[in-house]
Design a protein around this ligand. Structure first.
Ligand code: CDP
Ligand code: MG
Length: 667
C-alpha cells in the first residue's frame, strides 16, 4: 500500500485568515479571548456562520436536514449553539449531538462549554459510557456517543427530552449511527416536532436524503451544503509502496523537517504499538540531526495515554523546534491541533471486523478509505494554509450484531425484516447473533427476549460479560466477577512508567500474576490497588496505570448498581479460582481455544490459528488443560488473543452444548 505524504500547498502562508482559528484547545481551561480575538468574532469567522439563517430556516421547515461541509467548517461546535440561541432549548428541552467516538464527545463539549461560557457539565455537557458530565435539569446542549443515545431509547422510546438531535459524523456509518437513524425515522412518525440533523463531512448526502424521503415525501428532508475548506490542500503520494510503513513514516517526517519550512507534522498510524515503534525510529535518528536544522519534538497521541499526556500535543512548539505528533485515528475527526501543516498518512487504519461464519470479532489493520484519507488531509488546512498532498463500508456490515439485536428486541423491534435499515446487516451475521442469543438464554423459543435478556440489554457491557454477571449468582462469585467485568472494560492497565526499564515493569507485573491467567491477574491488581488506598504513587512503583485503575473503580461502582437492581448477590468465591473460571466460561464460551504443539492456539469456532498477545501471563506457558477462553482478538500481521484464562474442556462443552461436542468429534 502506498504511504501518502502531503506536501506544501501553493497558497501564500500568512494570509489574512491565518490566525482566525489559531486559538485551539480542547479544554475550556484555556480561555479563547486570551489569544486576541473575542470568542464571538472567532465564531463569526467560521465558514458555517454565513449559512446560519439558511440552516435555521431549513430546520423550521423540514423534519430532517442533512448538512454537508468540510471538516473545520464549524458544524459540530456551532450548530447546537445556533439552535440554542434561536430557542430550540427552551422549556427544558435538550439539543443532542452524537459522536461515534468518546474522545470527540468529551473534547468538543469542553470547547463548546468554553464558547458558551458554561462550566462543563452545566449548560453544556457530555455523556459517554461510564461517564456522565451533564445535569439532568440544567444541560441544554448535550454531546454524547451514538451508543449512549441509542441506549437511552430503551428507557425513553420517543426520546421526549430532546427537541433536536444532531447525528454528527454520519459519513462514518458507525453501527449505532445507522441504528439511531432507523429508530429516529420511526420516532419522527410518532413525534413530528422532533428535528433531526444529519451531518456529514463527505458528499454522500444524497443516500441519506433518499433514506428519509423514501416513504415520507420530499418535504421531509433537505440538504444544506456549506462552503469548502478554508485553506487549499495538496496531496502527494509516495511513488513506491513502503514495506515498513512505520519506519517510512518516520523517515518522511524526518525529511519534511530537513526540507520544508516551518509547521508541525501529524503522522497517522494504526495503533499504540506502531506509535511506540515510530517514536523509537525517530529517537534513533535524532542524534544525527544537523546542528543548524530545526529541532524535532516527537509526541504520541492515543487513547491509552492520560489526559495530561494527551494534552501535551496542544502545547505550541518552542521557537526553533517542530512538533511531530504521532497519532491513531483519534486525531482524524474531532480533535484540532494548532500549527499542523504536514500530514503523513500511513494509509492504514485499524477497524473492528466481524466474520459471520466463525462469529469471531477482531481488530484488523486495513487500508484507509478515500473518505477517511480526505478527513485526515483535512487536519492540516485547518489552522493555517495546509501543506498536504479522495468509503469504508458501513460498520453494520462487518460487526458482531449480538448486542445491537438484543437492544433492538428490547425496543420492541422483534421483526428485524421490517426494521428500516440504512444498510441491512448481512443475513448470516443476523442469524449468528440470534443463534448466539438463543444459546445464551437471552431469547426464548418464541424469539422474544427472556427476563435475563431484557436486563442484559440494559447493561452497559457486552453480552458475554453481562452473562457472567448473571451466572455469578449460581457460582457464588459476584464480588470477583464484578471486578473482572470492570477491569476488562478499561485499557492498558499495565504500563511501563517513564524512565523505568521494561524488564523492571515486567517484574512488578509478576507480583500480581496468577497462573490461571490474565483475568485473575487483573483481579489481583485491582484488589491490591484498593488495599493500598487507591494511591497513584503505589501504581507508579508497581507499573500500573493510575488512570486505568481509577476508571475501573468507577466502572465497578456503576456496574454494581445494575447487579443490585437485578438482585444479583455480591458473594465472594473466597479464593476458589475454579469456581471463578467456570463463571468466566459462562461469558466467554464462544471464545474458546485449544493449545497446539507449536505454542499457538486454534479457535474452537472456525479453527483459526491464534497467537497469544505478549502482554498475557500465558504468553510463554502452556496451559495444563490445553484449553483457554479469551476476552478479545486482534488482527495485526497475525491474529492475537488477549486477556486469556485456562479452563477445562468439558466446561466449554457444557456451555456450548452441541456446537462443541460436534467440533470435538471432528477433531
Ligand atoms: O464539525 P466541523 O468539522 O465542521 O467543525 P468544528 O469541529 O465545529 O470546528 C470548528 C472550529 O472550532 C475549528 O476550526 C477549530 O478552530 C475549533 N475547535 C477547537 O478549537 N477545538 C475543538 N475541540 C473543536 C473545534
Ligand atoms: Mg465535526
Amino acid at each position: 500500500m502506498s504511504l501518502q505524504f502531503w506536501k506544501p500547498g501553493t497558497s501564500a502562508p500568512g494570509s489574512s485568515l491565518d490566525r482566525e482559528t489559531d486559538d485551539l484547545s480542547i479544554q475550556p481551561a484555556v480561555p479563547s479571548a486570551v489569544q486576541g480575538l473575542s470568542i464571538q468574532s472567532q465564531r463569526e469567522r467560521l465558514p458555517i456562520f454565513k449559512h446560519r439563517d439558511k440552516l435555521l430556516y431549513a430546520i423550521e421547515k423540514h423534519g430532517v436536514i442533512i448538512v454537508v461541509g468540510q471538516t473545520g467548517s464549524g458544524k459540530t461546535t456551532q450548530l447546537p449553539q445556533y439552535l440554542m440561541e434561536s430557542g430550540w432549548a427552551a422549556n427544558g428541552q435538550v439539543i443532542a449531538c452524537t459522536q461515534p467516538r468518546r474522545v470527540a464527545a468529551t473534547s468538543v463539549a469542553g470547547r463548546v462549554a468554553a464558547e458558551v461560557g458554561s462550566i462543563l457539565g452545566d449548560e453544556v455537557g457530555y455523556t459517554i459510557r461510564f461517564e456522565d458530565v451533564s445535569d439532568k435539569e440544567g444541560t441544554r446542549i448535550l454531546y454524547m456517543t451514538d451508543g449512549m443515545l441509542f441506549r437511552e431509547t430503551l428507557l425513553d422510546p420517543l426520546l421526549t427530552r430532546y427537541s433536536v438531535i444532531m447525528i454528527d459524523e454520519a459519513h462514518e456509518r458507525s453501527v449505532y449511527t445507522d441504528l439511531l437513524l432507523g429508530v429516529l425515522k420511526k420516532i419522527r412518525r410518532k413525534r413530528p416536532s422532533l428535528r433531526l440533523i444529519v451531518s456529514s463531512a463527505t458528499l454522500d448526502a444524497t443516500s441519506f436524503l433518499e433514506y428519509f424521503t423514501a416513504s415520507a415525501g420530499h418535504e421531509e428532508a433537505t440538504i444544506v451544503s456549506l462552503e469548502g475548506r478554508m485553506y487549499p490542500v495538496e496531496v502527494a503520494y509516495l511513488k513506491e509502496p513502503a514495506p515498513d510503513y512505520v519506519k517510512k513514516a518516520a523517515e518522511v517526517a524526518w525529511n519534511i523537517n530537513l526540507q520544508q519550512g516551518p509547521g508541525d507534522i501529524l503522522i497517522f498510524l494504526t495503533g499504540r504499538e506502531d506509535i511506540e515503534r515510530c517514536l523509537e525510529e525517530l529517537s534513533d535518528l535524532l542524534p544525527t540531526l544537523p546542528r543548524t536544522a530545526t529541532r524535532l519534538v516527537p509526541l504520541a497521541l492515543h487513547a491509552g495515554l492520560s489526559t495530561d499526556e494527551q494534552l501535551r500535543v496542544f502545547d505550541p512548539a518552542e521557537r526553533g523546534s517542530r512538533k511531530v505528533i504521532i497519532s491513531t485515528n483519534i486525531a482524524e475527526a474531532s480533535v484540532t491541533i494548532e500549527g499542523i501543516k504536514f500530514v503523513v498518512d500511513c494509509g492504514f487504519v485499524k477497524i473492528r471486523v466481524y466474520n459471520p461464519t466463525t462469529a469471531l470479532a477482531s481488530l484488523a489493520t486495513v487500508p484507509t478509505s478515500v473518505a477517511s484519507a480526505t478527513q485526515r488531509a483535512g487536519r492540516a488546512g485547518r489552522t493555517s494554509p495546509g501543506t498536504l498532498p479522495l468509503s469504508t463500508p458501513p460498520e453494520i456490515t462487518r460487526t458482531d450484531m449480538t448486542t445491537p439485536i438484543l437492544q433492538l428486541k428490547s425496543l420492541g423491534i422483534d421483526d428485524l425484516m421490517k426494521f428500516e435499515w440504512v444498510s441491512a446487516p448481512p443475513a448470516e451475521s443476523v442469524l449468528r447473533a440470534l443463534e448466539g442469543l438463543a444459546a445464551a438464554g437471552m431469547i426464548g423459543e418464541d424469539g422474544r427476549l427472556t427476563v435475563m435478556g431484557e436486563q442484559v440489554a440494559e447493561c452497559p457491557v457486552e453480552v458475554g460479560v453481562a452473562r457472567m454477571l448473571f451466572h455469578s449468582k449460581e457460582l457464588k462469585c459476584g464480588e470477583e466477577i464484578l471486578t473482572i467485568a470492570a477491569m476488562t472494560s478499561v485499557q492498558d492497565v499495565f504500563i511501563i512508567p517513564d524512565g523505568a526499564p521494561g524488564a523492571l515493569a515486567e517484574l512488578e507485573r509478576r507480583k500480581f500474576t496468577a497462573e490461571e491467567g490474565d483475568h485473575i491477574t487483573l483481579l489481583n491488581a485491582y484488589n491490591a490497588f484498593v488495599r493500598y488506598g487507591h494511591s497513584s504513587g503505589w501504581c507508579k512503583s508497581h507499573a500500573l496505570s493510575f488512570r486505568a485503575m481509577s476508571r475501573a473503580v468507577s466502572i465497578r461502582a456503576q456496574l454494581k448498581k445494575y447487579m443490585q437492581r437485578f438482585n444479583l448477590p455480591l458473594e465472594s468465591c473466597e479464593g476458589d479460582a475454579k469456581r471463578l473460571r467456570r463463571c468466566l466460561v459462562s461469558g466467554y464460551w464462544r471464545n474458546g481455544a485449544r493449545w497446539v504443539a507449536d505454542g499457538t492456539y486454534r479457535s474452537v469456532r472456525g479453527n483459526r490459528t491464534l497467537h497469544v498477545h505478549p502482554t498475557s501471563v500465558l504468553f510463554t506457558r502452556k496451559p495444563r488443560s490445553g484449553w483457554v477462553v479469551f476476552h478479545e482478538m486482534e488482527e495485526t500481521k497475525k491474529t492475537q488473543i488477549r486477556i486469556i484464562t485456562e479452563v477445562e474442556s468439558d466446561w466449554l462443552v457444557d456451555h456450548g452444548q452441541h456446537q462443541y461436542r460436534d467440533k470435538n468429534r471432528e477433531d
